[in-house]
Design a protein around this ligand. Structure first.
Ligand SMILES: NC(=O)c1ccc[n+]([C@@H]2O[C@H](COP(=O)([O-])OP(=O)(O)OC[C@H]3O[C@@H](n4cnc5c(N)ncnc54)[C@H](OP(=O)(O)O)[C@@H]3O)[C@@H](O)[C@H]2O)c1
Length: 257
């Protein structure tokens, strides 16, 4: 299938596994990529690989949890070259740690800042620009873990559920204004983040395969881009079954904590 490539694209978390794969997927002549990350060396390496594919690349070193800096960057710099597509991909994961000590507040606080506040702030800053232009697409990277809270990663699942619900609501609000909002719910993607997650990781796919699925879903403006299918069905059932059943299933599958 040929996918129509947007011409100006912002990808946050472009130093990460999925962010890099998305950047390389979209890198092509006549495409301008804004690649955001915090690690300059790593970001420059990704940028170089994208430039080899003849894309124009602007590297953006930005701490996304600095909301004022994020808003200023969107309003003063990005507003001069408004992207056709923004992929809010940056995110972190935490778990109960060794010996089930439980999530620590400092970690939870940091996770909420990156996964929820920074993502909402980015969307909130971009929407006025998109509305003024009557055009724009925003992909929010959630997770299949948003359907039902996994006991092994409570805060992460909750943060991804927040992104899912926010994205769905914003899509409904802006649908008639030519602004597309898509919620992306991947299963396990082979990356250090997935590696650090406790519990089994069935149907894991590569970041490259995930990037392709995301790009195809975005080209069709799917409200929800979910993959892989078996895990999508499984996690969806966890959401609709009585909670006591889901809890039992997760325990049997070793996601119990
Ligand atoms: N891997 C999976 O199995 C999986 C499954 C479902 C959904 N997802 C979601 O997919 C997205 C990408 O995951 P990944 O596996 O590619 O993770 P990753 O390799 O750990 O990449 C995470 C990215 O987020 C950036 N980031 C984190 N905190 C930041 C902050 N405070 N300010 C700016 N940037 C920050 C990192 O930048 P620096 O490198 O500069 O710190 C990095 O580029 C995440 O939203 C994740 O929740 C992943």
């Amino acid at each position: 299938m040929t996918v129509q490539i947007p011409k100006t694209i912002l990808i946050t978390g472009a130093t990460g596994e999925l962010g890099q794969a998305l950047a390389l997927y979209y890198a092509a002549p006549d495409v301008h990529l804004f690649l955001q990350g915090r690690q300059q060396d790593k970001l420059e390496q990704v940028a170089t690989r994208c430039r080899l594919r003849e894309a124009k690349v602007t590297v953006v070193i930005l701490e996304l949890t600095d909301i004022v800096a994020l808003q200023q960057w969107v309003n003063h710099t990005l507003s001069l070259d408004i992207p056709d597509l923004v992929i809010a991909n940056a995110g972190i994961n935490i778990n109960h740690g060794t010996a089930q000590r439980g999530e620590q507040w400092a970690e939870i606080d940091a996770l909420l800042d990156v996964n929820i506040k920074a993502t909402f702030a980015l969307v909130n800053a971009l929407v006025p620009l998109f509305r003024a232009r009557g055009l724009g697409q925003l992909a929010l990277i959630s997770s299949l873990a948003a359907y039902y809270g996994l006991p092994v990663t409570p805060s992460y699942c909750a943060s991804k559920a927040a992104i899912k619900v926010y994205g769905e609501a914003m899509r409904g609000w802006l649908a008639d204004e030519g602004i597309h909002i898509n919620v992306v719910m991947p299963g396990y993607i082979d990356s250090p983040m997935a590696e650090a997650m406790p519990g089994p990781k069935p149907f894991m796919i590569t970041a490259e395969a995930a990037a392709q699925k995301i790009a195809h879903g975005l080209a069709k403006n799917h409200a929800r881009i979910t993959f892989p299918l078996p895990l999508n069905i499984g996690t969806w059932w966890l959401m609709v079954l009585p909670a006591s059943w889901s809890q039992l299933i997760l325990k049997k599958l070793h996601y119990g904590g």
